[in-house]
Write a protein that binds this ligand. Structure first.
Ligand code: 5GP
Ligand code: ZN
Length: 117
C-alpha cells in the first residue's frame, strides 16, 4: 500500500535524502535537522507508524534495524559510543509517524542532548 508519509516518500526517492545505507528492508539517512554532529535515522521500508503499531510481524525488520545500528554508526565515525532513541506518540514527542530509530553521536560527549532533555 502506498503511503504519503514523508519517510515513505524518502524511501521512494520522491524527497531527496543523504543516504547512509539501504537494502530491501531498511533505509538509513542523515537527519535534516541534526541534534548532534552525527545524527541519522534508520527506518523500515514497510510503513509502521510507531512502536504502538509494531507487532511480532515486524520482528525481523526491527531486529535488522538494531542489528545494523552499530556497524552504520562505526561507518559514520562513531567509534566511542552513540545514543539511540525511538520516539512514540505525543508523550514521546514523535513528529514523523513512520517508525524510526535515531542514532546520535559525535566527538563532543556533552553535545548529546535531545529535545527537551
Ligand atoms: P521524531 O520527533 O518523529 O522522532 O523525529 C523525526 C525526525 O525526522 C526529526 O529529527 C526531523 O529533523 C527529521 N526529519 C523530518 N523531516 C525530514 C526530512 O524531510 N528529511 C530528513 N532527512 N529528516 C527529516
Ligand atoms: Zn511511511
Amino acid at each position: 500500500m502506498k503511503h504519503d508519509c514523508i519517510f515513505c516518500r524518502i524511501i521512494r526517492g520522491e524527497i531527496p535524502s543523504r543516504k547512509v545505507y539501504e537494502d530491501d528492508d531498511i533505509l538509513a539517512f542523515h537527519d535534516i535537522n541534526p541534534a548532534t554532529p552525527v545524527h541519522f535515522l534508520i527506518i523500515p521500508k514497510v510503513h509502521v507508524e510507531n512502536l504502538y503499531d509494531a507487532d511480532m510481524g515486524h520482528q525481523a525488520v526491527l531486529g535488522k534495524i538494531l542489528g545494523m545500528a552499530g556497524e552504520l554508526a562505526r561507518q559514520q565515525g562513531l567509534d566511542d559510543g552513540f545514543r539511540t532513541v525511538i520516539n512514540t506518540g505525543r508523550v514521546g514527542r514523535q513528529e514523523v509517524y513512520h517508525l524510526h530509530l535515531h542514532v546520535l553521536g559525535g566527538p563532543d560527549p556533552l553535545n548529546l542532548g535531545l529535545k527537551g532533555a
